[in-house]
Design a protein around this ligand. Structure first.
Ligand code: GRF
Length: 221
């Protein structure tokens, strides 16, 4: 088992940044063997940038309009991430699909959080879609990012009940509370060197005190 080390994280955001905040808080509280070393946004006034500044983390707006193509924009992002020696990229409400070149550059080193139990309800506005579909359970997923949209190998999921009186807002808020728990946890498993991707599966080695044999097993969050 690899001992926990401090992993340098870059977080990509487009909006309010509550997942970024959960990661910053977990790191500040010593619950994460990782540091957010840069926050990048494609939206100038994303509140997430303000959250980063309050934690003295460099907060950079990269304007997509300044670039002629998605590839050029992603290349600029890679430039910032390399400047800050980022090892793990965390998408946290980043409203753009990464190019294959970006995904290839950080293969199995990009995580995303999605507010549904993938592979159900990929894409946007998924809490409303889950409600409309009538599912009784929804949840959230942290996964590695591949070339598809919300299709990469799944690291952790949390299951959340859908209640009869739920609206888009109440269900989203219930799911969000779990997002804030499982994203830092997935990052910590990565930092402890416990995650191994085998095809579509992410295997997780038991941690110290888990009482399980020191081999890769199925993750049971
Ligand atoms: C979250 O629901 C996340 O699952 C999705 O976008 C939302 C971002 O929220 N990818 P926040 O900006 O982290 O508050």
């Amino acid at each position: 088992m690899t001992a926990a080390r401090r992993v340098r994280i870059g977080v990509l955001v487009s909006g309010r940044g509550s997942n970024l905040q959960a990661i910053l808080d977990a790191s500040a509280a010593g619950r994460l063997s990782a540091d957010v070393v840069v926050v990048l946004s494609d939206v100038a006034d994303a509140y997430a940038l303000e959250r980063a500044r309050r934690h003295n983390v460099p907060a950079i707006f990269e304007d997509p309009k300044r670039h002629g193509s998605r590839e050029a924009f992603d290349k600029a992002l890679i430039g910032h991430l390399e400047d800050h020696r980022v090892e793990l990229v965390c998408l946290a409400g980043f409203m753009r699909v990464m190019t294959p070149a970006f995904v290839g550059h950080y293969r199995n080193r990009i995580m995303n959080i999605h507010p549904a139990l993938l592979p159900a309800f990929p894409g946007l506005h998924v809490q409303g879609k889950a409600l409309k579909h009538g599912v009784k359970w929804s949840g959230c997923t942290v996964h590695f990012v591949d070339e598809g949209v919300d299709t990469g190998p799944i690291i952790i999921q949390a299951v959340v009940p859908v209640l009869e009186g739920d609206t888009d807002e109440t269900l989203s808020a219930r799911i969000l509370r779990y997002e804030h728990q499982i994203y830092p946890r997935a990052i910590q498993l990565y930092a402890e060197g416990r995650l191994k991707v085998e095809g579509r599966r992410v295997l997780c080695a038991p941690g110290p005190g888990d009482g399980a044999p020191a081999e890769f097993g199925r993750l049971n969050p």
